[in-house]
Design a protein around this ligand. Structure first.
Ligand SMILES: Nc1ncnc2c1ncn2[C@@H]1O[C@H](COP(=O)(O)OP(=O)(O)O)[C@@H](O)[C@H]1O
Ligand SMILES: [Mg+2]
Length: 173
């Protein structure tokens, strides 16, 4: 037996299990992010109850390239500007949702701030983080989650039928 520190990818996958249990929890986190971003319109697409594809498209304030690189890191948030845990004004503040989804699925985020002249995209594939690249995105943010739990197959076994997962997501919304 050797006592050792787990690699970051493994730590993130374990932590992800606390935040993302099923498609409905992923959609909950993404809808909250869109609301926190001031979105007035949010479009949600699910394929196979969210198992193979979840897309969230919003018209919120969007992110620039630097934001995109940070938002998929654990404990990175724009919602605790003064580190004051007594002053929570958003639905999120822990900075756990996007890195968790990226740790267990194939995540792509396209976003553009209203004041930016170009959009940006970033991808995280089972914890492997890509670099931001230009995107044709108009204002707002589009989050695409493919193959939820492909990186943690044990989780897949706990999912119910597509219909049940779809229903749970609809209830949550
Ligand atoms: N739809 C979105 N529009 C604009 N910014 C977003 C969106 N989703 C996430 N972000 C940014 O990414 C950060 C990290 O998101 P998340 O991992 O859910 O953590 P939290 O919501 O707790 O801050 C947010 O603090 C926010 O700055
Ligand atoms: Mg959030």
């Amino acid at each position: 037996m050797t006592l050792r520190r787990l690699p970051e990818t493994t730590v993130n996958r374990i932590a992800a299990g606390e935040v993302i249990e099923r498609p409905a929890s992923a959609v909950k986190e993404l809808v909250e992010n869109s609301l926190d971003a001031g979105a007035r319109r949010i479009e949600v697409v699910l394929r196979e109850g969210g198992r193979s594809l979840i897309v969230l498209d919003d018209d919120g304030h969007g992110m620039n390239a630097a934001d995109l690189s940070l938002c998929i890191e654990r404990h990175a948030t724009s919602k605790l500007p003064d580190d004051d845990l007594m002053a929570i004004h958003h639905l999120g503040f822990r900075g756990e949702a996007l890195p968790s989804i990226g740790a267990v699925a194939r995540l792509r985020i396209d976003s553009r701030r209203a004041d930016a002249d170009t959009g940006w995209a970033i991808q995280v594939d089972g914890g492997r983080v890509g670099s931001p690249e230009p995107s044709s995105r108009a204002r707002g943010t589009r989050v695409e989650v493919r193959d939820l739990f492909f990186a943690t197959p044990a989780r897949l076994k706990f999912l119910k039928t597509d219909r049940a997962e779809f229903g749970a997501t609809l209830d949550m919304i």
